[in-house]
Design a protein. Sequence first.
Length: 112
Amino acid sequence: MSDWKDRLGVVYSTNPDFKYTTAQEKAVDTLPPGQQRLIVGIDRRNRGGKQVTLVSGFVGGAEDLKELARSLKTKLGVGGGAKDAEITIQGDFRDKVVDLLRGMGYNAKRGN
């Protein structure tokens, strides 16, 4: 318990036998590709007029999301990122992304 920043805001007990435990993050199981419902849309807000393709609706762990984003970016030859259960791909590639995701076995549909 040498990291004091984890215990900020904690009220301590005067009980000498008290053991402080931190809440563990729950590991999210990634659904199989056939059970995923992905929506591929486009976003222009807060991006300086640039368009990005958003893939939302992914249910699973952060590593699996990053791996899916990496494979999409590699196949399209563009940049992007993945966080908060969304994949952002630079440019308007809605149709290509839907085709690629369906080819990988995901249930993907085109949004806006």
